[in-house]
Design a binder for this molecule. Structure first.
Ligand SMILES: [Zn+2]
Length: 346
C-alpha cells in the first residue's frame, strides 16, 4: 500500500512509500482510509518545529480521517467489515483510576498519545486502530465531510466547553485557519453573531472562505486600523467573547481591547514563542482568560451532529488532493493556499 511517511527527524523529511498492508492486532481494526486531512500539527511535525520533538523519526502522518472497516482482530466485538468510522486522534487508554478519564478529559492525561505522530496514522491506503479509539460515522454522512470530525470536535470543545457563548453573543474569532472557521461555525450554531479577523496573507483564501460562509471578515496588521477600532462599527461595546485561533502573540496580548468587561478570551492556538502581555489590562476588565486543548468523545459526537445538520460546507472549507500529491498538499497548506487539504487515500 502507499503511505505518506516521515523518514527522519528533519525538516520536510517525508515521502510517499510502499508498505505492506498492516495486520490488525487482537484489539485492532484494519480500515481502508477514505479521506485524511492535513492538520496544523502535521505541518509542524513535517517542518520539524520546536515543540514536536516527541514525534517519531519514522511514522506515517495523519489523524483526521474517515475510513471503512476491512478486517478486525480476534478480540474486537463491536466492529464489522464495511462499517464506517473516524478515529479519536488524542488517545488515552481508559483507566478508572486516571482523574482525567473520570472528568471526561482524557486528552489531558499524561498517558495520551497522538496516532499519526506517535504511531502510524491515516495518510495511507490502510491503517490499524485500536477499537477503543474508533467512533461510528452516522448513517448517511458523507465520508469527505466526516473527515472534518476531528478538527470540528476541537472547535466544539473550545466553543461548547471553554467559551461562554449564549444566544445573541457577539463573538470575534481571531485567525481564519480551519480551527478558527470551525469555531465560528460552532459559535453561530449556538446563536452568536461572529466576526473573523485575519491578516493580508489570509485574504486570498481563508478570509474569502470566511466571507463565503457568511462571516464578516476584517483585515488587521500593518497598514490597517487595530482590531478594537474596527470592531466598534459592529460591536460598539466590544465583543462578549474573543477566540484566539491564529497563534499570533500580539493578537492574544491585545485581545482585552476588543472584549467588553466581564467577557471571555479563549486561546485555542499554539504559540511558537513566549507571550509578553499586560495582565493588568485583562484584570481591570475582569476578562476571563482561558485555554482550550484538543477534544474528547462528547465533542466528536456533537461534531457529528453539526455535520449532519449541514452546518459545515465542505466545498468552501476543503481542497482535495490525491495521496500521491500529499507533499504538494503540505506545501500548499504551509503557504496558506489551502484552508483544509483532504487527501483522497483510496
Ligand atoms: Zn488535527
Amino acid at each position: 500500500m502507499k503511505a505518506f511517511r516521515r523518514y527522519a527527524r528533519e525538516e520536510r523529511a517525508a515521502r510517499l512509500v510502499d508498505l505492506p498492508v498492516p495486520t490488525p492486532g487482537e484489539n485492532e481494526v484494519l480500515l481502508r482510509v477514505a479521506h485524511c486531512g492535513i492538520c496544523g500539527s502535521d505541518l509542524h511535525a513535517w517542518l520539524n518545529h520546536k515543540g514536536y520533538e516527541s514525534v517519531l523519526p519514522e511514522v506515517t502522518f495523519g489523524h483526521e480521517f474517515s475510513a471503512t472497516v476491512v478486517d478486525t482482530g480476534s478480540s474486537v466485538s463491536n466492529w464489522e467489515a464495511n462499517e464506517q468510522a473516524v478515529m479519536i486522534a488524542l488517545q488515552t487508554h481508559h483507566d478508572d483510576n486516571d482523574p482525567y478519564c473520570a472528568m471526561g478529559l482524557p486528552q489531558l492525561s499524561s498517558r495520551r498519545r497522538v496516532q499519526g505522530l506517535h504511531l502510524d496514522g491515516g495518510m495511507a491506503e490502510y491503517v490499524c486502530v485500536e477499537e477503543e479509539f474508533l467512533l461510528p460515522i452516522p448513517k448517511g454522512l458523507d465520508l469527505e465531510l466526516a473527515a472534518l470530525t476531528e478538527p470540528l470536535s476541537v472547535a466544539e470543545h473550545c466553543i461548547g466547553n471553554r467559551t461562554s457563548i449564549g444566544p445573541d453573543a457577539l463573538v470575534i474569532v481571531s485567525g481564519p485557519g480551519i480551527i478558527g472557521l470551525l469555531c465560528a461555525i460552532s459559535a453561530r450554531s449556538r446563536g452568536a453573531e461572529v466576526i473573523i479577523s485575519g491578516t493580508e496573507r489570509d485574504e486570498t483564501t481563508r478570509l474569502t472562505a470566511a466571507h463565503t460562509l457568511g462571516f464578516e471578515p476584517l483585515v488587521v496588521g500593518p497598514g490597517h486600523p487595530p482590531l478594537h477600532q474596527q470592531i466598534t462599527a459592529y460591536f460598539p461595546d466590544g465583543a462578549d467573547a474573543l477566540v484566539e485561533a491564529s497563534g499570533s502573540a500580539p493578537a492574544l496580548a491585545d485581545a482585552w481591547q476588543s472584549v467588553r468587561s466581564n467577557g471571555t478570551v479563549t486561546a485555542v492556538a499554539l504559540y511558537s514563542r513566549t507571550i509578553d502581555f499586560d495582565l493588568t489590562q485583562f484584570l481591570r476588565k475582569q476578562i476571563d482568560l482561558r485555554t482550550s486543548y484538543a477534544s474528547s468523545k462528547d465533542d466528536y459526537l456533537r461534531a457529528f451532529k453539526l455535520l449532519q445538520d449541514g452546518a459545515v460546507d465542505a466545498s468552501v472549507l476543503t481542497q482535495s488532493y490525491s495521496l500521491a500529491d500529499a507533499e504538494q498538499g503540505f506545501i500548499d497548506s504551509e503557504n496558506l493556499h489551502a484552508t483544509k487539504v483532504l487527501l483522497a487515500c483510496s
